[in-house]
Design a protein around this ligand. Structure first.
Ligand code: F6R
Length: 353
């Protein structure tokens, strides 16, 4: 088996340079935030913020939504689907997130928003969404070329944060502090740090051959848990499950305690802002589950703000997913089935609107 301390072996597997893109995450944040803040808001005081996107582009919406639960006066809704929700109207701020600009679901919603006159902003590298935005004069935040959408989280998320932070009802985020925390974490977990001192490499080794179940909590760490699951799916080519408290105590808890799940490892993401209810419920839940699962690993982000902690907890998961990919002998970058499906859907939907 490959050792995580042999850089030459990584280089062979990492043809798509995922480690390079991962390293860049904190470096692109501030400029992306400024670009988002410079985008013209098509409506100053929306009654609702609707964020449409899929996969690696949608997760930024989840992060924003969970941060704003306690900090913004209007509801923030994240929508993953091809039909624009009926409530979206002239008093909605709709933000379309698609790195490629060619994702069918997001384009479906964007076309409907244009037809219905919904105030819209587009965050994209280009593609069809870029063209539509240009034709209809929609404010656009441009993404740089050459990234995989999920690796472009630094650009996508901070651009979205910049757009949303213009709303008078939202608090201004500590971007500089979050970036400092991300850099400090990177110094502890990047590929130059040997396994015995590197918590991300150690966790990847513990998860090798197991099925990770990522446990988050609403609202603090649910987006983090979803991002971990998606990164394990795409970078490690690994089946992974996600269970969100308190909801998981009404369903997941049943199957996970019905029989031995020694091949399942829980990754429990905690946050100092978790409510007392969630803390106590999590302790009891883990008590019940521990005898049935193969291992329990607790993760907490670093920093003074929820923003910093969510992003550092995500950054840890991103590194773990890449290291786990290497341990499995896979290149973390390609997601061939996603592209194959998108190509087939393009043909299948020809002539259908
Ligand atoms: C690829 C990835 C995918 C895409 C998704 C939507 O790296 O993570 O989940 O993000 O297929 O594509 P975009 O982001 O181009 O709209």
């Amino acid at each position: 088996m490959l050792t995580l301390d042999n850089h030459d072996e990584y280089a062979k597997l990492d043809a798509g340079r995922m480690l390079h893109f991962l390293r860049e995450l904190p470096e692109v944040a501030e400029a992306a935030f400024d670009r988002g803040q410079a985008a013209r808001l098509p409506i100053a005081q929306p009654r609702c913020v609707l964020i449409c996107g899929m996969g690696g582009s949608a997760i930024s919406g989840d992060l924003i939504r969970t941060q704003l639960v306690g900090a913004c006066d209007v509801p923030v809704v994240v929508h993953r689907g091809d039909q624009l929700p009926r409530f979206a109207g002239p008093d909605t701020l709709a933000i379309f997130m698609s790195y490629s600009g060619n994702t069918g679901e997001t384009l479906g919603c964007l076309r409907q928003a244009i037809a219905r006159g919904v105030p819209s902003v587009v965050v994209t590298h280009g593609g069809e969404a870029g063209k539509l935005a240009e034709q209809h004069g929609l404010p656009t935040v441009s993404m740089p070329a050459g990234w995989m959408p999920r690796a472009a989280l630094g650009d996508l998320f901070f651009a979205l944060l910049g757009v949303v932070s213009q709303l008078a009802t939202c608090e201004s985020p500590d971007v500089v502090g979050a970036v400092a925390n991300l850099r400090a974490l990177r110094d502890r977990i990047d590929e130059t740090v040997v396994t015995k001192e590197n918590p991300a490499k150690r966790l990847a080794l513990a998860l090798h051959g197991k099925t990770p179940v990522v446990v988050g909590a609403t609202p603090t760490t649910e987006a983090v848990a979803v991002r971990w699951k998606c990164q394990l799916n795409e970078n490690s080519k690994q089946t992974a499950l996600v269970a969100i408290l308190p909801e998981a105590t009404h369903n997941d808890i049943v199957n996970l305690t019905a029989s031995s799940h020694s091949g399942h490892h829980l990754i429990v993401v905690t946050d100092p802002e978790d409510s007392e209810f969630v803390r106590r419920q999590r302790a009891i839940t883990l008590d019940l589950m521990r005898p049935f699962v193969g291992g329990v690993h607790e993760i907490e982000g670093q920093g003074d703000s929820l923003l910093a902690r969510q992003l550092t907890a995500i950054y840890m998961g991103d590194y773990v997913s890449v290291y786990l990919g290497f341990l499995k002998g896979v290149d973390p970058t390609p997601v061939d089935t996603i592209f194959a499906l998108k190509d087939r859907m393009k043909v299948a939907m020809e002539g259908v609107r």
